[in-house]
Ligand binder design. Sequence first.
Ligand SMILES: N[C@@H](CCC(=O)N[C@@H](CS)C(=O)NCC(=O)O)C(=O)O
Length: 290
Amino acid sequence: MTDKTDYTPPKVWKWETENGGEFAKTNRPIAGPTHDKILPVGKHPLQLYSLGTPNGVKVTIMLEELLALGHAGAEYDAHLIRIGDGDQFGSGFVDINPNSKIPALMDRSTAKPTRVFESGSILLYLAEKFEAFLPTDHAQRTECLSWLFWQMGSAPYLGGGFGHFYVYAPVKIEYCIDRFTMEVKRQLDVMDRHLADNQYMCGDTYTIADIAIWPWYGALVQDIVYGASEFLDTASYKHVNRWADQIAERKAVKRGRMVNRTSGPLDEQLHERHDASDFENKTQDKLAAV
Ligand SMILES: N[C@@H](CCC(=O)N[C@@H](CS)C(=O)NCC(=O)O)C(=O)O
């Protein structure tokens, strides 16, 4: 890897096994499994294979929200996929998500088990299955899906662009940080203007659009991801902050954020969730005490 700024790309790019940075060991330019590994299957209808990153948290919040509403069919096992160790390249995981990224869901309650990958697709699948958090009115539903897809299109600028170059890149490159800061601040302003007139992303009701957006932009303004609140002056996006604070108070959001989490305070880390009681008995502080 070079950190020179006068880099001229060669005619044909070549894969150097290490290109530096946080994800150097797992980044690869090819798809497919690297090793055989059968995934564990728990007792519940829904089997989630994930990690407590913003994309993973979207799904655990959704599942905890569904359970809070009384949908017993949303009971789930959440298995830990350690992406830093390359678990996403195991054969069993690739069978569920050929794109080798968390989160991935297997619904074993259908006649033939249904695989679902891409966090937005998983949210939509669960919303349709349980008829919850997705408006039934056509215009409202369309607005909700517009914001859901907005999030899916915008998050790579925040995560893969801003977060990568601000936090993870082995060298701080002003051009890259400027480019993605500009875009992330523009996205925050899009949300702020919208939330000035709307309680939630889709009007008066909390929907999968909020569930998708909060773990990224809500967490950003609450300084939960990237530690960039001051740098981005997120306090100036008043309406985004009001919305983020309101959602952070939800019990299901607090629970969902704990599942498959492997960093932070030990009492907020529930590496695997196989039963509702695990929140009381199986957090890392409790396991360490045993
Ligand atoms: N568009 C995908 C993105 C998923 C994604 O980027 N997952 C990351 C963690 S947040 C991952 O699994 N990274 C592992 C890798 O890139 O090898 C989604 O929303 O589900």
